[in-house]
Design a protein around this ligand. Sequence first.
Ligand code: TZP
Ligand code: MG
Length: 216
Amino acid sequence: MPNRLALPPLYVILDAALLPSDPVQFTRDLLQAGVRFFQYRNKVAPARELLHASQALCITARQQGAAFLVNDRPDVARLAGANGVHLGQLDLSVRAAREIVGGDGLIGISTHNLEQFEAAIESNPDYIAVGPVFPTDSKRNPDPVVGLEFVKKVRGLTKKPIVAIGGITVERAREVIAAGADSLAVISDILKAKNPSARVRQYLEILPASEQSAEN
Ligand code: TZP
Ligand code: MG
């Protein structure tokens, strides 16, 4: 696994359900617009297909110096040469994933309530995601909305980078950062935009330029 990378303020999730017919070109366009952190999320592809797609997108992202994570699957992340993996509550544990992606692999974990957040701190991932912060249509059976108050609350519990996810839009970006998130994970507001690159540029104008180290 390649080196640990800093966690940029915009984290784009390439959700296969919303990607256009040429996902590599789409990724290139977003890289050109300034995205430096990607996750590939594909909830339906068989492992082989998942690996194939991950490899293609990973090469594209990393050629431009961006980080690339695979959702759910540390094995696929490692085989694809990704920077790491994003885990959900039902995926392999952080400890198990660490055995697969190695000490230099980035590991993020999703949390949806205080208990999960506290357990996540103990498991020592590289970042902790919280959400859904707002209602979302991009996840099947989403957990209850946690709201900005939850982001504020958990901000006080750790120095680890916090990624906010769920219903994030350009219009809401400032308040989510103000609540304490280091990075905003976005699917639909960018992937469903008429002009995704322009939408990315809007985020980057608003978001702090400074990067948060993923090693904290
Ligand atoms: N986990 C919590 S909310 C969510 C995931 C994967 C979906 C976020 O998508 P969107 O379209 O940015 O609300
Ligand atoms: Mg998962």
